[in-house]
Design a binder for this molecule. Structure first.
Ligand code: UD1
Ligand code: CA
Length: 478
């Protein structure tokens, strides 16, 4: 049988090790649940495993197992990884031993770490191809400072001065000469399941750390005459692990810079790629400009020519062509989304909450909050106002300081404002209430009843002035 053709594109099963404690994070949150680019470390890895078409994704959990498992299930519905528990944690080899029973013999196993989040699918595909159903393929990298990593030990061959990979030796077990080796094991490998299982059965913990080292299987491969290939990468980001808050922050900046470069390559103009944060996906049409210190979360799309001012936070929203979001605006569509129609002006200091649906050419000014409300074309609320659970017609002018009183303490009610209505300053619209088209509400009114179209409504005490009014006087001091 031709093994290459049989295994070349055979099934791939992924095991993600995520049982370790992550002591150096100094956090009560399990390490793999810390966030990078808005999603958990292990979430990135699971996503990559899915992208290479993994048949099974096995996650080995231990420390904080139930938290890790439920966080994955909530964040990634439909992924259904297989969870395997490793208690206690006796090393990476022991972790994979726990996974072995759920790994079918016919697959290639790709081993990943839950704390190495930016491993790429292209790299993994190349590693699987190198393994080819009959080799042990290791992902390695040369580091200026290899301290702490397992070193790749080679024996020089007759016509190959670099030599064949013979084993991996862990830092704590390495001789002085071995510590000088600058090629290290990244923690990622591809190996035929059948071979992996026989080697796992031979592991012991007679080493400096008293652990079952997965890396000992490399020595067994050599003994068994199975070829070991080192697939060397030069992309440090892909093999960078997270062990501390400082490393997490460094990786976050590196990821952000990579995302910023990708957007700029599409023509997005970022004022400063070092002051840009994307924690989700950002789809941009042409000629989008984004000023400094903006944060984008969830799924955001920006239409052609959209400009976003400095210090905006925008989550789960669609901003249509030509709109301008002025500085310090907070938009959060959460699960239902926010839409800003073409040519709208929002902010500075505006807040759009879930279900805000602005039509074209809408103006939302400073300190205006909009929630679960639809605004028709050309509607304006320019200063200090609240619109909640409202349907606002076209060309409505909503005065400064006006609010919809949409909540009676138990239920939310709707306010309907017809086309061309003018609401004066400092009005309270007590919902449910409907303002007919072209109606005008005098400033300071509290409106509790619906108004007929085209009327002027004033609901406040008539102004009275008393002549010869004497102010109270203070009693003279003695
Ligand atoms: C491991 C490798 C080392 C490599 C390095 C790359 C071994 C013995 N050594 O070392 O050659 O250079 O990764 O980063 O494999 N884990 C478990 N259960 C355990 C122990 C660990 O699930 O019992 C998980 C950890 O949560 C982590 C991963 O395995 O996700 C790696 O464990 P870690 O302790 O970081 O291994 P290193 O000592 O760094
Ligand atoms: Ca590590």
């Amino acid at each position: 049988m031709n093994q290459n053709s049989r295994y070349g594109d055979g099934p791939v099963d992924v095991v993600i090790m995520a049982a370790g404690k992550g002591t150096r994070m100094k956090s009560s949150l399990p390490k793999v649940l810390h966030r990078l680019g808005g999603r958990s470390l292990v979430g990135h890895v699971i996503d990559t495993a899915a992208r290479i078409g993994a048949r099974h994704i096995v996650v080995v959990t231990g420390h904080g197992a139930s938290d890790v498992e439920s966080a994955i299930e909530t964040a990634m519905p439909g992924f259904a990884p297989v969870f395997v528990r490793q208690v206690p944690q006796l090393g990476t080899g022991h972790a994979i031993q726990q996974a072995a029973p759920v790994l079918p013999d016919d697959g290639t196993v790709v081993i990943l770490s839950g704390d190495v989040p930016l491993i790429g699918d292209t790299t993994l595909r190349a590693l699987v191809a190198e393994s080819a159903g009959r080799r042990l393929a290791l992902l390695t990298i040369r580091l200026a400072d290899p301290t702490g990593y397992g070193r790749i030990v080679r024996v020089p061959g007759p016509d190959d001065d670099e030599g064949e990979v013979q084993s991996i030796v862990e830092e704590k077990d390495a001789t002085e000469a071995q510590r000088a080796i600058d090629e290290i094991y990244s923690g990622v490998m591809a190996v035929p399941a059948r071979m992996l299982k026989t080697w796992l059965a031979r592991l012991d913990n007679r080493n400096a750390q008293g652990e079952y080292y997965l890396t000992d299987i490399v020595g067994f491969a050599t003994i068994d005459g199975v070829p070991v290939v080192a697939h060397r990468t030069d992309d440090l980001l892909q093999v960078s692990g997270v062990n501390s808050a400082s490393q997490l922050a460094a990786l976050e900046r590196a990821l952000q810079l990579r995302q910023a470069e990708a957007l700029m390559a599409q023509g997005v103009r970022l004022a400063d790629p070092a002051r840009f944060d994307l924690r989700g996906t950002l789809a941009c049409e042409s000629d989008v400009e984004i000023d400094v210190n903006c944060v984008f979360e969830g799924a955001v799309s920006l239409g052609a020519g959209v400009r976003v001012g400095a210090h905006c936070v925008i989550a789960n929203a669609r901003i249509e062509t030509g709109s301008v979001i002025h500085p310090f605006t907070h938009i959060d569509g959460d699960k239902v989304g926010v839409t800003v129609g073409a040519g709208s002006l929002v902010g500075p200091f505006a807040r759009l909450r879930p279900g805000a649906r602005l039509g074209p050419e809408v103006h939302i000014g400073n300190f205006v909050e909009v929630k679960n409300s639809t605004l028709g074309a050309g509607a304006k609320a320019n200063h200090l106002a609240y619109l909640g659970d409202a349907t606002v017609g076209e060309r409505v002018n909503y005065g400064a300081g006006s609010i919809t009183a949409n909540y009676d303490g138990a239920n939310k009610h709707r306010t309907v404002i017809g086309d061309d209505v003018h609401v004066g300053s400092n009005c309270v619209l007590v919902a449910p209430v409907t303002l007919g088209p072209w109606s005008t509400i005098g400033g300071g009114s509290t409106v509790t009843k619906s108004t007929p179209p085209g009327t002027l409504t004033i609901s406040r005490a008539r102004q009275v002035s008393f002549k010869n009014w004497e102010r109270p006087k203070k009693a003279p001091k003695d």
